[in-house]
Ligand binder design. Structure first.
Ligand code: ZN
Length: 314
């Protein structure tokens, strides 16, 4: 579930993803309409594959916000404008399948653990770097949700006192310092102050700089893009070193649009800053690797979620 799009897929543990449908989120602010469009997209996918009711074990929703998977209640999902909302119960009335919900980043971490590069990890941290920064934690092979189901909010660790304002209202969160939004904001600032960059045209035309354009600029060794991305990598590496000292995980998986587009450039710099700041004993045997599942990680996460809550054996 996204603020602008809903992506749905049918997936089984044998063949992986067997059908997918993407839909615009209905406009307006009506919960009923939103739930209706979720039910419709589920129906579209099952119709496409001619699935019968008994073929579908569960419908799993990935929610960009805090959720309680045990009750089906969304605590807060700002992008969906939902608060204290029992989406599980409401959707269950419209479709004949059990409905499960989970935070979208946690779902991604579950997918990476079960089917991705984290398959052999026991304790793992997953960090997605895109327009924001999100995290998921696997401890002893299980997702760690925390006391109020908000564990893993790594994007809102404050790394710069009185730093740039973050979407959460605080200042200096790593998301406000090293997400694509933050990197682009810094690049635009440099260009406006007169620094030369191959990205100047975007600023002049008031066009949004996306990951692909950033990647192109870095490949051309554009000094502004290289400098601002390097700074972000350093902040991320230092932050991960602190988290590693605290949690002593055996794997850190990095994903999200920024890593997908510029992993080759970013991974070595993140690793360097990590190495320079971590306690050697905590980093022993630790691997930092990019996720290979892309957006599909969260889709794959539905399978272990159904396993956990419904005992679906795959
Ligand atoms: Zn924040």
């Amino acid at each position: 579930m996204g603020g602008t799009k809903i992506l749905a897929a049918a997936i089984n543990s044998h063949d992986g993803i067997i059908a997918r449908v993407k839909k615009e989120t209905p406009s307006g602010n009506e919960k009923e309409k939103y739930i209706r469009s979720l039910a419709d997209i589920v129906e579209e996918v099952t119709d496409e594959l001619r699935l019968s009711e008994s073929d579908v074990k569960a419908v799993c929703l990935g929610v960009p916000g805090s959720v309680n998977p045990k009750t089906g209640i969304i605590g807060l999902a700002p992008n969906l404008r939902l608060k204290n909302f029992n989406i599980g119960e409401r959707l269950s009335k419209l479709i004949p399948y059990p409905v499960l919900i989970e935070n979208d980043v946690n779902l991604g971490a579950l997918g990476i653990k079960k089917f991705g590069v984290g398959m052999n990890a026991k304790n793992m941290l997953v960090v997605f770097i895109g327009t924001g920064i999100g995290g998921g934690l696997i401890f002893n092979e299980k997702i760690y949700r925390g006391s109020n189901f908000v564990a893993g909010e790594i994007g809102h660790m404050v790394v710069e006192k009185n730093g740039p304002l973050c979407g959460c209202g605080n200042r200096g969160c790593i998301e406000a310092v090293a997400s694509r939004t933050a990197i682009v904001r810094n690049i635009e600032k440099d260009i406006k102050s007169g620094k030369k960059s191959v990205l100047s045209g975007f600023v002049k035309n008031k066009e949004r700089i996306k990951s692909r354009a950033l990647s192109k600029a870095v490949n051309q060794k554009d000094p502004v893009a290289v400098k601002r991305l390097s700074e972000a990598c350093e902040s991320i590496g230092v932050m991960l070193a602190g988290v590693s000292n605290l949690l002593n995980v055996d794997m850190i998986v990095l994903g999200g649009g920024v890593i997908e587009a510029m992993g080759k450039f970013m991974m070595p710099m993140i690793k360097k800053a990590f190495k320079e700041n971590v306690m050697q004993s905590s980093a022993k045997g630790l691997k930092i690797i990019p996720s290979k599942l892309g957006d599909d990680a969260a889709l794959y996460g539905g399978i272990p979620l159904a396993e956990e809550f419904l005992g679906v054996i795959v």
